[in-house]
Design a protein around this ligand. Sequence first.
Ligand code: WT7
Length: 656
Amino acid sequence: MSQDTIESILQEKRLFQPPAEFSQKAHIKSLEEYQALYDKAKADPEAFWAKLADRELDWFQKWDTVLDWQPPFAKWFVNGKINISYNCLDRHLTTWRKNKAALIWEGEPGDSRTLTYAQLHREVCQMANVIKQLGVQKGDRVGIYMPMIPEAAIAMLACARIGAVHSVVFGGFSAEALHDRLNDGKAKLLITADGGFRKDTAVGLKTQVDKALANNAVPTVANVLVVERTKQKIHMEPGRDHWWHDLQKGVSANCPAEPMDSEDMLFILYTSGSTGKPKGVVHTTGGYNLYTHMTTKWIFDLQDTDVYWCTADVGWITGHSYIVYGPLSNGATTLMYEGAPRNSNPGCFWDVIEKYGVTVFYTAPTAIRTFMKMGEHFPKARDLSSLRLLGTVGEPINPEAWMWYYRIIGNSNCPIVDTWWQTETGGIMITALPGAIPTKPGSATLPFPGIVVDVVDQDGEPVTNESGGYLVVKHPWPGMMRTLYNDPERFRRTYWEYLRPKNGEFVYFAGDGAHKDKDGYFWVMGRVDDVINVAGHRLGTMEVESALVSHPAVAEAAVVGKPDEIKGEEIVAFVTLENTQQPSDELAKELKQHVVKEIGAIARPGEIRFTEALPKTRSGKIMRRLLRSLAAGQEVTGDTSTLEDRAVLDKLRGGA
Ligand code: WT7
């Protein structure tokens, strides 16, 4: 974000109070109540979380220690025995919720399906039995590569039920990306589908799977379970591939949930960092269950009459925590939609809200801006009066988009919760509680009870109010990542040793820059590392650069983000070519396609700029700051004295 944007955002004076009738019925009803909860949690976090764990979740066996903190490694609810699939399903079956809609699915084109808690439980138990038959045991890793269909959630819950560790790979990732993730986790089984619907077309998933597994490239994967979705013609490898509908036939719907240790691994989810390959973020069972449960309950203010819809894909952490685990643990009705915003169907989100009477709606700024551009007549032509609460996540929301969301979608009477968090944090960390905390457009507002956050300088020392710095978390919390899969040292280095305050305390470095205003409100400004946020998707510049240099024509590549009106940021790649190569539009196209093949469509560069050389420091570091300015069409300002060859900059300016 430019200094101008930051300054204009910090000028924001508008303050929106929660509507009185909302607050009266809310779980947390006033700022005073929030403050009291917050203070209590801060004074004794362990007592705070223990009380909630006891009240809100079912345990097979109670823990004996709430928190074992050996920085930076935490264990929560030590020796507690619990199963998140049990908390999401079984415990609701003995209540009136047994026949309540657990999962409403709106598919494409025109398909839909609703599963009650009893039905969902049945499907999950059957899939759990099937994957056991396929040789999966407690602790084994299972890859899930699925479109947005109920079986994606069923597969996750089935793994959790038997203690298998799921590793969901977003269905938009390429065969290459899938291959790398499956190999890193040494998955034993892969659950997938023939294909899925993406913006009006049936896209193949199984074909990508076949590529990823070809020539025994992932030797640990012995079986592939395939859900039929698009009915595309696909290859089924004898002995390896099995149709779900075949194996489901006649399989028992009785599969007791395995008592898991609170610290047993629940899932791995890969996310991008500033260096090297994607990181396998590890989340465990008990703390994650509690944290997603509590944040869902208080932030989305779930009541039994709600129809709650989070538009994320289950392939991301938002889908894990706020489509599947958080809402189901609360016994809520969660909606899953296979479609996405697109010009061919400019009212699609609003149709879903109208059709199901959605009351709580959680989406991303990029989607809001897309719909904003399409025009307000689309939402205005639908009945959105069921809505009572709106949420946003994924990137900073600009005040214009916030106001549009508030006025046009929320009819100026729905609070907006702008939720800041990350794959690593497991659940939401900074947000308004909708009945309690007044909101300011563009600010995620205040930390969730039990969460201690601050803005610090390079030395890890708190900055004075209102000056910018690094966003950090100062105390462990139940939903925090436990480690990086097979790489505890990288976990320690990246997150906990990057900033070290003088007092020797460990603080968690989130990778974001932020400001705290005079009211203590947080304004998250975006990544300060080499991570780009394209339409709410997190991509490492190094990842995209490696993809580019793996093309034979490319000598060197440097990737930066450029501000984009809809997507927040867009990828611009500066590329130098091998001697024998000439820049051309065709080559630019080919390179973009190459990145799609290596990573997936989300990583497609918006622009390729061929150049003779990249600006580097004398020690050979690429000066990305300069490239960012150039990509954004801004004057290159600031210190350029470390630049090795000033002529490079002049050439780049000249549009070389
Ligand atoms: C990064 C995490 C966890 C949600 C989905 C993305 C950015 C996320 C906000 C927000 C400003 C936000 C941050 C963060 N981000 N939410 N409300 N305001 N920035 O998860 O892929 O792990 O990305 O998304 O930069 O570090 P993720």
